[in-house]
Design a protein. Structure first.
Lengths: 388, 135
């Protein structure tokens, strides 16, 4: 990779938007993508005619998978110079921001819309067999068994306990209870977490993210242009991504804490910052073990201290050293594939979060996604560092 | 009411020799014909050197439990019902395979448990390798 420091802070998020979200029957993924896009463009305060790039993520179970970006562009009445559909699951929002920054830097686009929509009702459209002949016949289907294996290995290798996972879920629910838009706002205790039913042992129901219909969108433009817009610039100071296999791939699996570290290192290097500089973070929290994993690979905790760190309330916005998932995360706000994490990271910089951390200058967001049901399970890690 | 069958592998040219092996009571993996890397899962090219030259070798069928979970709620309706285990077994030769543990008292399942392969025919074509505690 060439030196990315020249890109640091050159592009910025000018606007973010979320559609309605939750369990919203009778709606469409496209409708949510358009609703979120309109909200993001309005939030930026940009004329629609200035959007000349469109990147779109739609869930794979949408069936007819081609041409989503062009279709979103046509529905919005845009005439983009560049359109692309992207697919890295929950890592995509940040991957899009990287792509958008590069497009702006290269002069191909002036402002890029990154959009997402999903509709999971009425019955959670289930492909009959999406994945691998070496995993699915045994009942290892989807993200939940995969993350249960990750949890089992964390318990074995670093001694994490289910109660420590529970402390993460409780912290994020505390934040969600202050967010009027969150899907789950009822207070949760550690006892509630422990009493919740097994999904895949060692994970309880409350270790798992929500199922959400909805969409999100982000507008990326040059920092120079963003400064003149409604909310100013949330600068893209650093970003990184890495793609790896986990758990079953002996060729590349490291013993110990696993993949993702390089994505953080790229982002830190580009931004000229490190973990100690982060004021607030939105971790991709599809499952509680993923938060533990992120704390390790992005350099916040050592393996021997991460359990006590999460159990000690260090992720809580009003008493922790590292306020995290301050809108409630995928665990309690809703699963908008990380677009809600980007929106919250931007709110923290603007000072408009419902669980605001004082004087935020460095706001971090992570993404994670891919094909957990493959053999080998294959995932993408993405990291973005936003600054004022 | 209707019944949804558990999904079974549909062999491809890369994987057919593996499934032919299990049908005959052999656990096999590809070895790279150039760099000698033993790879899992089957694939057209070597992840180390990208060579497409390869041969199939027979594995010992012995290994240890690397991870194990208990599925209570599956995303796939064919697996709805009583909870069941899914394990990842690390073979003595290195590859890690998804599988189920059979003929085992659930209370003795742990990471590191020595196991050996058993062959479980599903139909004329497909035999799934599963694992039981080593004798």
């Amino acid at each position: 990779m060439d030196d990315t420091r020249q890109l640091s802070g050159k592009a910025a998020i000018a606007g973010v938007g979320l559609s309605r979200f939750g369990r919203v029957p009778g709606t469409s993924a496209m409708g949510f993508a358009l609703e979120a896009s309109a909200a993001a463009i309005a939030d930026a305060g940009l004329a629609k005619s200035e959007i000349d790039g469109v990147l779109v993520l739609m869930p794979p179970q949408m069936g007819e998978q081609h041409g989503w970006a062009s279709r979103v562009a046509v529905h919005l009445g845009l005439a983009p110079a560049f359109c692309s559909t992207m697919d890295m699951g929950g890592a995509t929002a940040i991957g899009m921001m990287q792509t958008a920054a590069a497009l702006v830097h290269a002069g191909i686009c002036k402002a890029v819309l990154c959009a997402f929509g999903a509709q999971t009702n009425p019955q959670g459209i289930l492909p009959t067999m999406f994945g691998s002949q070496f995993a699915i016949p045994y009942g290892d289907v989807g993200a939940m068994p995969f993350m249960a294996h990750v949890g089992r290995r964390q318990m074995h290798e670093i001694g994490i306990t289910s109660e420590q996972y529970g402390a993460i879920a409780v912290a994020f629910r505390k934040h969600a209870s202050r967010n009027p838009l969150a899907q789950k706002r009822d207070p949760m205790t550690l006892a509630d977490h422990q009493a919740s039913r097994w999904i895949v042992e060692p994970l309880h129901l409350l270790d798992c993210c929500l199922v959400t219909d909805g969409g999100g969108a982000i507008v990326v433009t040059s920092t120079e242009r963003a400064r003149d817009l409604r909310h100013g610039a949330a600068k893209l100071a650093g970003f990184g991504q890495v793609h790896s296999s986990e758990i079953v791939h002996p060729d590349r699996h490291e013993a110990g804490i696993g993949g993702g570290r390089e994505a953080g290192e790229q982002a830190w290097r580009m931004a000229g910052l490190g973990p100690a500089d982060v004021d607030v973070v939105q971790f991709y929290d599809g499952f509680t073990p993923l938060v533990v994993h992120s704390l390790l690979v992005y350099g916040f905790c050592r393996p021997d201290e991460v359990g006590a760190f999460v159990a000690g309330g260090e992720l809580e916005f009003d008493r922790g050293r590292l306020p995290a998932n301050t809108a409630g995360g995928l665990l309690s706000e809703g699963h908008l594939s990380g677009f809600n994490h980007v929106a919250e990271a931007v709110r923290q910089l603007r000072g408009t979060s419902t669980s605001q951390v004082p004087d935020v200058e460095v706001s971090m967001v992570t993404g994670y996604g891919g094909a957990p049901h493959e053999a080998p399970p294959t995932v993408a890690y993405t990291v973005a560092i936003l600054t004022r | 009411m209707f019944k949804i069958d558990k999904p079974l592998p549909m062999p491809t040219e890369e994987s057919a020799p593996f499934w032919e092996g299990t049908r005959r009571g052999e656990l096999r993996a590809q070895r790279c014909g150039d760099c000698g890397h033993l790879r899992w899962p089957p694939a057209a090219t070597c992840p180390i050197c990208l060579s497409s030259r390869q041969e199939w070798v027979r594995l010992s069928g012995r290994g240890k439990v690397y991870s194990w979970i208990v599925v209570h709620k599956s995303q796939h309706p064919a697996f709805w019902g009583d909870p069941f285990n899914v394990a990842i077994v690390e073979l003595d030769e290195g590859p890690r395979l998804h599988t189920n543990l059979v003929d085992v008292d659930p209370s003795v399942i742990r990471i590191g448990l020595p196991v050996e392969v058993v062959f479980d025919p599903q139909n004329d074509e497909i035999t799934l390798p599963r694992f039981k505690p080593a004798a």
